[in-house]
Design a protein around this ligand. Structure first.
Ligand code: FAD
Length: 475
């Protein structure tokens, strides 16, 4: 920390990473300009639409061609940056990308993003055993470079998203199916399903929206789901089915014993957490030579002051695992490895590492804003955390209870109705302005309209009147 200021790395330039960069740049007396690492050549993450032959499970975004938001822009937006007023309440995905592009430019974030640059691993630089202030060696590779480079930071904010690694449940006989199988992650548009008999598994927002998009094209659409009965009127060629029990070459059998011939199966079964850069460091060696200023020495003149090539700087002293251990995850590990998190946010063992946006079923952008402000308050010493052993035991108790209750690991950070109390608690503890109550009111209203009829709620337009009042101006 030659300048006395904190250097913070941000992994990902989606909405969460942009929010981190904005708030770090807003406090230049405390932070050096952040370094934002982004694998792709664009900001926006999930909101960057990819079409045609480029689609594969390696593509980051799950956007499909006709997607409109499932939350109104009046609650989606960051508290300090509004959507263009001419945009309707439920805009097409391209408008959200434009909003994030505008946010990037308004707050001068773009020059601080290293595009085409992937973080490959993170290693805490352990000193005398105290992990509270631990700095990080971030190892990244720029596209086209043969060797990765390592750079040291006082803190790391992980904003890598969690909607790009499809979760596919185990279903008996699935490997024998002779039809077409895909996950909603790679679904783009309905025309290619013309005259097909399609079964969608899962009635979350993607399952319902995709089923409704397919109905005018497909011969038959079946929505298989576990939840309570759906209340809205279905198109003529669409029906509901219970959860899928087993699969034969051309036939699907559901849990109530009914059978159906189908030629396409779309998994709308969500995503699993994936943090490939949190590789266990056991036997993996981290920086050995450290210059007197505490930074690893660089052997390449082209590298920055605290950068060094990854190879040749290895020792075995740091043997750490940043993910939850198997004894805690149990048989649920197929649903992704997760780090132990305090308040769904801060690494319980290494609190200079945080994960913005790990939560699910939330209003993402305002929640990101609260999480970022909370973490920065911690870094700035305005807000004290419990000691790591206490945070670790708390997060493990939550995990054990969650698994004991029979809930899938991928729902560990599902907040839903709890999100408002969670956001409020972050604001109160860290001393920043809480979100206005009108967000919750609009959220609940929108939710009940969507539940009643997921085909028409996007016709609504909301207008915020005050911190706790809104009106619906058209439907
Ligand atoms: P992402 O947007 O996923 O961004 C992560 C970024 O990190 C990416 O750019 C990626 O390339 C980069 N990255 C990942 N790993 C690395 C690495 N190792 N090194 C460098 N860069 C890396 N939210 C709403 O508010 N309203 C909606 O209507 C809505 N609809 C949705 C519909 C779909 C189909 C999906 C999938 C999500 C939807 N969401 C919606 C949620 C949406 O994911 C969030 O709004 C938000 O965009 C998530 O932002 P993020 O920054 O956390 O992650």
């Amino acid at each position: 920390m030659a300048s006395g200021k904190l250097r913070v790395a941000v992994i990902g330039a989606g909405a969460a990473g942009l929010c981190c960069a904005h708030h770090l740049l807003a406090t230049p007396s405390v932070y050096e300009a952040p370094v934002v690492f982004e694998t792709t050549g664009q900001v926006g993450g999930t909101w960057v639409y990819t079409e045609g032959s480029e689609i594969s499970s390696h593509v980051h975004s799950s956007m499909y061609r006709h997607l409109r938001t499932n939350l109104p822009k009046e609650i989606m937006e960051f508290p300090d940056f509004s959507f263009d007023p001419s945009v309707p309440s439920f805009p097409h995905h391209s408008k959200v990308l434009q909003y994030l592009e505008d946010y990037t430019d308004k707050f001068g974030i773009r020059p601080h993003i290293r595009f085409h640059c992937t973080v490959e691993s993170l290693s805490p630089v352990l000193g005398d055993g105290d992990t509270v202030q631990v700095p990080w060696d971030v190892t990244f590779r720029t596209q086209g470079d043969a060797h990765p480079v390592t750079q040291r930071f006082e803190a790391v904010m992980v904003c890598a998203g969690h909607y790009s690694k499809p979760y596919i449940p185990d279903i008996a006989g699935i490997e024998t199916f002779q039809g077409h199988i895909l996950h909603s992650h790679v679904y783009r548009h309905p025309e290619v399903f013309s005259s097909r008999s399609v079964v969608l598994l899962g009635s979350g927002p993607s399952g319902v929206d995709i089923a409704m998009e397919l109905a005018p094209y497909a011969e038959k659409v079946t929505l298989s789901h576990r939840g309570p009965p759906l209340q809205w009127a279905l198109p003529k060629n669409m029906s509901l089915a219970p959860a899928l029990a087993s699969v034969a070459p051309h036939t699907l059998t559901f849990e109530d014993g009914t059978e159906l011939k189908a030629d396409t199966l779309i998994f709308c079964t969500g995503y699993k957490y994936s943090y490939p850069f949190l590789v266990p460091c056991e036997g993996k060696r981290c920086s050995e030579k450290t210059a007197s200023n505490g930074h690893p020495e660089s052997s390449k003149e082209t590298l920055g002051a605290n950068e060094h090539p990854q190879e040749s700087r290895l020792s075995k002293e740091q043997s750490v695992n940043l993910l939850e251990e198997e004894e805690f995850l149990g048989p649920d590990m197929g649903q992704g490895h997760i780090p132990p998190l305090y308040r769904h946010l801060i690494h319980a063992r290494y609190p200079t590492l945080c994960f913005i946006g790990a939560c699910k079923i939330v209003v993402p952008f305002p929640l990101f804003n609260c999480q970022v402000l909370f973490f920065l308050a911690v870094l700035e010493g305005k807000c004290q955390l419990p000691p790591p052993n206490k945070m670790l035991s708390e997060s493990r108790e939550e995990l054990k209870k969650h698994l004991r209750d029979g809930l899938p690991l991928k729902y560990l950070h599902r907040l839903e109705r709890e999100q408002w109390r969670y956001n409020h608690c972050l604001a109160e503890t860290a001393g920043f302005e809480p979100l206005p109550p009108v967000l919750q009111s609009i959220y609940e209203t929108c939710r009940s309209f969507r539940k009643a009829d997921p085909t028409s709620y996007r016709g609504l337009n909301f207008q915020v009147l005050s911190k706790d009042q809104f009106r619906i101006i058209s439907s």
